[in-house]
Design a protein around this ligand. Structure first.
Ligand code: GLN
Length: 445
């Protein structure tokens, strides 16, 4: 059924980069045998899953939507992919994205853009645009995305689906092609909150192969879906309502009324360092990216430039040909910020700002159970409307980036429409309180 929908729709949507039809059918046959033998079913038994193309899959092409990796077939599975297999999900293909997860509209894919299934003239968001669009179009039952500064939540918001960014360290990054290692997290993109809890249950947990993986017990997320939010204390940052599209703001205020009707209360608060988050993020994320992407040298992975006269030329030519313009921009920005003489002024300063932002969240979450606001300041914008203006594009992430810098969990859940396009409600929680945000999202939904 998933493949039928893909062949019917994906020519228009563009969510997939690689299909795993043969592998998926073999996997389905294995599950049939399991059923016939009366064996116990995994948590995600038989569910067709799409995987963002920056998670490595053994023998299945993994490109990060980059020309650099257009011929790269990994020799191992990312931990999340192993965990999905253990849960009996079936990988049906690899999903389009912004190249190396750098972007917020999926227009930075070096293969083709993704279109928003609600309106094909609009972007699906990014960088996990393929993941959100595939779920919205019924081309995958659920998908995995990765979020560095909003790349799960923002596309989920634009495409009217549920996206959860876990606490940094809850889900293993082993086998996730690194963009900014101190921020990257993998999480589920699903049609509803219950599915999100199921997928998170399957992928969360400590992994010795990831040195930043947290050694915490994984609770029963489904048990949190009680529908009960009586007495819940919600903080609504004024910085998250001022300046957003008026219709988006109205949808958020309506959602808060629904939660009030369920027995929750809310108060306006301030997260005063919000305005510095985007600047700090682009320095930190680009610095980490410039270091992480040095492994793409034409020798170890992917495509190697022909006719290079010597080793330096080989690096230069392979990187010039392999990376797209946004990736080059970030590598240059990051290399500059880390260079001697500028390190203290930029990188170190940005780290200090990060601490202040984290403190905003810590202090607020001491007094309140969750923080709520919009996921993005607007709904999905038309394709091509911001490609020539990277700064405007960067500002779309103003409401998701602070959460990433603080490392706390957040979920985006659909909360109505503005001008016919879906709006996302962002629910932010205490570290490792995924149960808390799932509970609120589920009660609201
Ligand atoms: N849009 C942001 C960026 O371009 C976030 C990307 C992400 O979360 N991977 O960096």
């Amino acid at each position: 059924e998933a493949f039928a929908k893909i062949s019917e729709r994906d020519e228009r949507v563009g969510a997939y980069l690689t299909l795993n039809e043969e592998g998926a059918r073999a996997e389905a046959a294995r599950l049939d045998n399991k059923l016939a033998a009366g064996e116990e079913r995994g948590l995600l038994f038989g569910l067709p899953a799409g995987i963002k193309d920056n998670m490595v899959t053994e023998g299945l092409r993994t490109t990060c939507a980059s020309q650099f990796l257009r011929n790269y077939d990994p020799i191992y599975d990312a931990t999340v992919v192993t965990k999905l297999k253990q849960a009996d999900a079936v990988t049906i293909g690899k999903l389009n994205m912004d190249e190396f997860a750098m972007g917020g509209s999926n227009e930075n894919s070096s293969f083709h853009p993704v279109r928003n299934p609600w309106d094909l003239s609009r972007v699906p968001g990014g960088s996990s645009g393929g993941s959100a669009a595939a779920v919205a179009a019924g081309e995958a039952y659920f998908a995995l995305g990765s979020d560095t500064g909003g790349s799960i939540r923002q596309p989920a918001s634009y495409c009217g689906v549920v996206g959860l960014k876990p606490t940094y360290g809850l889900v293993s990054r082993y086998g996730l092609v690194a963009f900014a290692s101190s921020l990257d997290q993998i999480g589920p993109i699903t049609k509803n909150v219950e599915d999100s809890a199921y997928v998170l249950q399957a992928i969360a947990g400590h992994d010795a192969k990831d040195s930043t993986s947290a050694n915490v017990d994984v609770p029963d997320y489904l048990a949190a879906l009680t529908g009960d939010v009586k007495g819940l204390k919600i903080a609504v940052p004024k910085e998250y309502l001022n300046g957003v599209d008026p219709q988006v703001k109205a949808a958020i205020l309506d959602a808060l009324k629904v939660l009030e009707g369920l027995g929750a209360t809310w108060e306006e608060v301030s997260l005063p360092h919000t305005e510095y988050a985007v600047a700090a993020y682009y320095l930190l994320a680009s610095s980490e990216a410039s270091s992480n992407l040095s492994r793409f040298d034409g020798v170890r992975y992917g495509v190697r430039a022909d006719h290079a006269g010597n080793l330096l030329d080989l690096y230069l030519e392979s990187r010039s040909q392999g990376f797209g313009p946004e990736v080059k921009r970030r590598i240059m920005l990051g290399t500059y910020a880390l260079s001697s003489g500028y390190y203290d002024a930029y990188y170190l300063k940005a780290q200090k700002v990060r601490t202040l932002i984290k403190r905003d969240f810590d202090e607020t979450l001491e007094k309140y159970d969750v923080i709520i606001g919009p996921t993005a300041p607007t709904t999905a914008f038309p394709l091509g409307s911001q490609v020539d203006d990277p700064l405007t594009m960067y500002l779309n992430d103003i409401l998701t980036i602070p959460v990433s810098l603080a490392g706390v969990p957040a979920i985006s859940v659909p909360c109505g429409f503005a001008d016919g396009m879906p709006v996302g409600l962002q629910i932010i929680g205490k570290p490792f309180d995924e149960s808390g945000i799932l509970r609120v999202a589920h009660a609201y939904e």
